[in-house]
Design a protein around this ligand. Structure first.
Ligand code: 5RP
Length: 225
């Protein structure tokens, strides 16, 4: 365990989430520095005999999962999942999430939606009263990006910035800055209807079974609806 409290918290929650995984499960693996520890833990258990099949939300996660000895297949091959585990950038009291800090939110939303149990792993710093301060990640088709960003501005974003890197699918990654979002579910519906937005990073709390939260002291607590 790391001596850095933030890193220790990520490891505590990441490893806790791995305890929800049992033999013969089909597991969706998220992306990020917290679920990294879930993947390490599952790899350790797989080497000790745990039998699971996984699908990955990013090339980075797929590489790590294979390196630690997990079987990884494409979402369409696995077909359905028993559980998915992923990090988040913001969590509000209704368990609505902002995701996509790592630019993987489109694949993450597909994988989370395939699982009846979606477990979210965060440290305390991710808890917010309202989504928004992080920015809302967008994956955008590289056809008319300025026009698409303009549509998002019309929804109330003060600024829409473009990241230098692209998604694993080759699309642009942008961040829309709405300030504190009053109604994330309504905004999610509006963003989903913007031509050119492949996917946005607001995940409705109804997708989430539980949020596992680690404090800087390594303690772990669970939030559920
Ligand atoms: C990637 C994500 C991550 O889950 C999110 O950014 C949290 O990452 P971390 O656990 O490193 O803080 O949505 O697209």
């Amino acid at each position: 365990m790391s001596t850095d409290p933030k890193a220790a918290a990520k490891e505590a929650t990441g490893r806790h989430a791995a305890t929800y995984v049992a033999d013969d499960m089909r597991v969706g693996l998220g992306t990020g520095s917290t679920v990294h520890f879930t993947i390490l833990d599952l790899g350790e258990r797989a080497r000790a005999g745990l039998r699971i099949t996984c699908t990955a939300t990013s090339e980075r996660t797929e590489t790590l999962a294979r390196q630690v000895g997990l079987e990884v297949v494409a979402p369409d091959v696995i077909g359905a999942l028993d559980i998915a585990i992923d990090g988040a950038d913001e969590v509000d009291p209704d368990l609505n999430l902002t995701k996509g800090g790592g630019g993987a939110h489109t694949r993450e939303k597909i994988v989370a939606s395939m699982a009846p149990r979606f477990i979210v792993v965060v440290d305390e710093s991710k808890l917010v009263e309202r989504l928004g301060p992080f920015g809302t990640p967008l994956e955008v088709l590289d056809f008319a990006p300025a026009t698409t960003a303009g549509f998002v501005t019309q929804l109330g974003a003060a600024e829409v910035t473009t990241r230098p890197e692209r998604s694993d699918s080759g699309n642009l990654l942008m961040d829309a800055h709405f300030g504190a979002i009053e109604d994330p579910v309504a905004l999610a519906a509006k963003l989903a209807a913007v031509p050119g937005v492949v996917e946005h990073g607001i995940f409705a709390g109804t997708l989430v079974e539980r949020v596992v939260i680690a404090g800087d002291d390594g303690s772990v607590r669970v939030l559920m609806h």
